[in-house]
Write a new protein. Structure first.
Length: 151
């Protein structure tokens, strides 16, 4: 898989997270660093997710939930349902990331560090997430220890 590393302006865009469990909450915590405006739809939503301050709707996902959405994360934990939601997203021209299945993703989320007005993103093209996290952590460690200057 070849993913083009890009930065996307999400301010003013409708972002949707489908799923309310652990994986969805993790994605939402990352997203929260970049926006306060997203909607979460799931029959059950974790308390940690609710505390992030996003709009949330405890209900079953419906295709109409895609109205106006630009970007979405699909994290239901049900592979067949994730594929169905992805098909609906594509009918609506919505870019989607199917969490834990890079082969189905229109985009993937890199390992991210934010430092002094700079965002550092390390991506593995969906192949080895743990490796990109290790590299991101090493870069952050170098910055924190003054070995790598941001000037």
């Amino acid at each position: 898989m070849d993913f083009l590393p890009v930065s996307i302006r999400i301010k003013g865009q409708k972002v949707l997270i489908v799923g309310g469990g652990h994986v969805a909450t993790h994605k939402a915590q990352i997203l929260r660093r970049f926006t306060e405006d997203a909607t979460v739809v799931a029959p059950e939503i974790s308390q940690d997710m609710k505390e992030l301050g996003f709009t949330w709707k405890e209900k079953v996902f419906e295709e109409k939930d895609l109205d106006g959405v630009s970007l979405m994360f699909i994290c239901t934990g049900n592979h067949a349902l994730n594929r169905q939601i992805l098909e609906m997203a594509h009918k609506h021209y919505v870019l989607a990331s199917v969490c834990d299945n890079p082969a189905l993703c229109d985009f993937t989320s890199p390992a991210i560090a934010k430092e002094e007005g700079l965002t550092i993103a390390v991506a593995s093209d969906g192949k080895d997430v743990r490796r990109s996290i290790r590299v991101r952590n090493r870069i952050k460690e170098l910055i924190d220890n003054g070995i790598l200057s941001l000037d």
